[in-house]
Write a protein that binds this ligand. Structure first.
Ligand SMILES: [Fe+2]
Length: 378
């Protein structure tokens, strides 16, 4: 079995899609936000069920689509425990495994590029695969001069963790800037220009002499990636006024402000569907009269198999649907699905609770509840 290697040209990032050939369960490593549509179409094309999104570290050069893939494809998010990716559902420690079908990858803690960086080993009887992130690159390694990097730690991760793997292990890096796709542990051990045959002192000296410019997107990308790529700054300022028209969107009819959605609903031209889980409605509050129809179910947050049937039943022909979730992300996935089912569907911006504020508290930045629209707590 071989991973599917995908490439983002803007950041030269490789994303890897691994799957079990029998069950079609899949795991994706280092997905990129701007490639979301491509990745969703590859999943469809291969008939895969995405179980996991996994990060090798909190990237500084692109923003992950992990959070969006979790919403759109029903995957769970996993990330190294030392990377402060607080939104990841699973915080991986060294040696932890993630299963997809009968397959699994195991996490290897490889600090150096960042303190929390991990590589992932997909074991095969012969010729295993290792996904090396920005730790081991082809004929190189990741930089160690920012984001809690350490040349000493990198040297140990390369020589004692990765080079301890069998020589025929295939190496799949997070980047290559020269069009190379993969290498092997044997080849890198023999001839990697940064580390092969070097002592720790020589390696540290080589790394210190690199004098690389600051990564262009670090200030924007790292904070976003520490929230699985769900950017709370996106679209928050300049909220549309109450009677604004819908904004056109890709894959569904449009985005609407909570006030406009409420007006349509109260006039009777739209059905209001709340796609949050039962637990969220119970604990946080609900809109009396809205149709409760979870997009994903608790526990486990798997996609609700009854969603399509429930939606068709809730929305009579000729009516549109306005979809609400917590903060306006899940409702986009639901609006796309509704559109596929032939329903004119709108996503309610900001959701029930709005975006989190600087202290990660919700309910203070927009949202159905904050805007004084009808709701109640049970
Ligand atoms: Fe990186």
């Amino acid at each position: 079995m071989t991973p599917i290697q995908l490439f983002d040209p803007a950041s030269s990032t490789y994303t890897y899609l691994l799957f079990d050939e029998t069950t079609r369960d899949a795991l994706i490593i280092d997905p990129v936000d701007v490639q979301l549509e491509r990745d969703l179409s590859v999943l469809r094309q291969y008939g895969l069920k995405l179980q996991w999104t996994v990060e090798t570290h909190a990237h500084a050069d692109h923003i992950t689509s992990a959070g969006l893939l979790a919403e759109h494809a029903g995957a769970k998010t996993a990330a190294p425990i030392g990377c402060s990716i607080c939104t990841a559902a699973v915080q991986l420690e060294d040696g932890d495994t993630l299963a997809f079908g009968a397959q699994q990858v195991s996490a290897l803690h490889t600090p150096g590029h960042t303190a929390g960086s991990m590589c992932y080993l997909w074991k095969m009887p012969r010729g295993s695969h290792v996904f090396t992130g920005d730790t081991l690159l082809i004929n190189g390694c990741g930089r160690t001069d920012f984001q809690s990097g350490s040349s000493e730690a990198m040297y140990r991760s390369l020589t004692q963790v990765l080079f301890a793997l069998p020589d025929d292990t295939l190496v799949w890096p997070a980047h290559d800037y020269n069009g190379r796709s993969h290498s092997t542990i044997g080849a890198e051990k023999a001839s990697n220009a940064r580390v092969a045959g070097k002592t720790l002192a020589q390696f540290v000296e080589t790394m210190a002499a690199l004098q690389l410019p600051k990564p262009k997107r670090i200030d924007e990308a790292v904070p976003a990636n520490q929230h699985s790529g769900l950017r709370q700054d996106a679209g928050a300022p300049g909220l549309p006024p109450a009677h604004d028209a819908p904004r056109p969107a890709e894959g569904y009819a449009g985005d609407v402000a909570p006030q406009l959605a409420c007006r349509w609903w109260q006039e009777g031209s739209a059905v209001l569907v709340d796609v949050r889980t039962d637990a969220e409605r119970e604990w946080v509050g609900f809109v009396p009269g809205a149709v409760p129809l979870a997009w994903k179910q608790w526990p486990g947050m798997a996609l609700n198999p009854g969603f399509d049937a429930g939606l068709k039943e809730a929305v009579p022909p000729g009516k549109k649907v306005v979809l609400m979730c917590r903060s306006g992300v899940r409702s986009i996935a639901a609006a796309r699905r509704a559109t596929e089912l032939g329903i004119e569907a709108y996503n309610i911006l900001e959701g029930f609770e709005g975006d989190p504020d600087d202290q990660a508290h919700r309910g203070r930045k927009g949202g159905w509840r904050l805007r004084g629209l009808p709701w109640r707590q049970s």
